[in-house]
Design a protein around this ligand. Structure first.
Ligand SMILES: Cc1ncc(COP(=O)(O)O)c(C=O)c1O
Length: 412
């Protein structure tokens, strides 16, 4: 069940990089992951040997179409969907604007969308925009300040006969808190609403099964799970077939997911995406790609929970450090290894700057978790510093980070 982390690290050329003579610690994972060599190679090979547009009567065009088809199958395996339910796009936010606009056209003034205080703005601003355009109301589920988890009683109370969509994140990109996906989608469907999941932060940490989760729409971004910059949506077939999409004429309408893909796709990124899914599947064992992914994620989860518990124990003893969200090491399974924190006497940006000089890469700001930043009153204070681990993170990197934070905290 274990993950051969040292072998894995050898496959990521970026992990050999140094800053000021020290190996880089990539704790900016929630902003974007590094890629294994096979992903870069697939993109290079596509561009150098296969580069073409689709629909041509020649071999590279047919090979391009074959890569595209394989990418839909890989995305279906990765998300728990059918290949026809997949749409690629520039990134999650761009897909989100296109899909929400399509949904908006089906709604009536006074209809309601529920979203949450745990969201990245990619799953809030598009809804606010269609609310403005179509006269809808957006309701927001509050987070529980003590552990940055969703207030599920408040969620249940917000559901009503005008609720049309429940848009929520599977895990917070700021605090790592996971949400109770099946319960949220179950209640949404009981109310007759669509269940709409943002799996961008969840995807590098946990196995996704859109259909089993009860999600009508799921969005994620391959660049967060060891692939190239790209967005991906998995849309329930019937919904994908019937939503009024923006199409040039006389565009192909099949497969249904394709209705949300506009213009020429980034073929090299799509080739790299297949390599990323195959890289992940290769970390597990099983008779087919879906089951290899199941096994791979079980191993990834075990490794990351151990790192989380270790980090939480160490961070608890650092004077002045405040970690937002779940801090109990025994609850490591309820969160991803993503930690937003503050230190006294320094702004989040200053802390990130000092860490960066030592080759420890973190993020600072509101992290586009704007609702949460408002809820915690962090906008004026510059948000948080965020450290996020991925499956290639080692315990000694976590220790190096905790030592660095201890040192910064000790010198006000
Ligand atoms: C949880 C979450 N949702 C949405 C996004 C937006 O993703 P993209 O950059 O692909 O638009 C991010 C990006 O960080 C994220 O972390």
């Amino acid at each position: 069940m274990s993950l051969p982390v040292n072998e894995i690290r050898d496959r990521f050329p970026a992990l050999r990089r140094h800053v000021n003579d020290r190996p880089v610690v990539y704790f900016d994972g929630p902003s974007g992951a590094q890629v294994p060599g096979t992903v870069a190679e697939a993109m290079r090979s596509y561009l150098l040997t296969t580069n073409a547009n689709a629909l041509g009567a020649f071999v590279t065009s047919r090979e391009t179409e074959a890569i595209y088809d394989e990418a839909r199958r890989a995305a279906a395996d990765f998300t728990g969907s059918d290949p026809g339910e997949i749409a690629f796009g520039a990134n999650m936010t761009t897909l989100s604007y296109a899909l929400t606009r399509a949904v908006g056209r089906t709604l009536k003034p006074g209809d309601e969308i529920i979203t949450t205080e745990l969201e990245h703005e990619g799953n809030v601003s598009p809804w606010l925009q269609i609310a403005k355009d179509f006269g809808l109301a957006v309701r927001t589920v509050p987070l529980r300040r003590e552990d940055a988890t969703l207030d599920m009683d408040a969620y249940a109370a917000l559901l009503g006969d005008r609720t049309r969509v429940v848009a929520f994140t599977l895990a917070s990109n700021a605090f790592g808190s996971k949400t109770d996906v099946r319960r949220i989608t179950g209640l949404a469907h009981e109310a007759g609403a669509l269940a709409w999941g943002d799996a961008v932060h969840f995807a590098p940490h946990e196995r996704i099964d859109r259909r089993a989760f009860g999600l009508d729409v799921l969005l994620c971004s391959p660049y967060k799970f060891f692939g190239p910059h790209l967005g991906l949506a998995a849309i329930d077939r019937e919904l994908a077939t019937t939503l009024p999409a923006d199409r040039v004429r006389p565009a192909a309408e099949n497969p249904p997911g394709h209705r949300f893909e506009t213009g020429t796709q980034p073929h090299e990124a799509i080739a790299g995406f297949v390599a990323a899914v195959d890289y992940l599947a290769g970390l597990g064992k099983g008779p087919d790609r879906r089951r290899r992914l199941d096994d791979a994620y079980a191993r990834i989860g075990a490794h990351e929970r151990e790192l989380s518990a270790h980090a939480l124990r160490r961070m608890a003893s650092i004077k002045g450090l405040k970690v937002y969200g779940i801090t109990d090491p025994d609850r490591a399974g309820e969160r991803t290894p993503t930690f937003s924190f503050t230190l006294p006497h320094r702004s989040p940006a200053q802390v990130a700057e000092q860490l960066g000089e030592q080759g420890i890469f973190t993020s600072a700001g509101n992290l586009y978790a704007f609702n949460a930043s408002l809820a915690y009153g962090r906008e004026e204070a510059g948000g948080w510093t965020r450290a996020g681990f991925l499956h290639y993170t080692t315990r000694s990197e976590v220790d190096r980070f905790c030592d660095a934070i201890t040192e910064i905290a000790g010198h006000p």
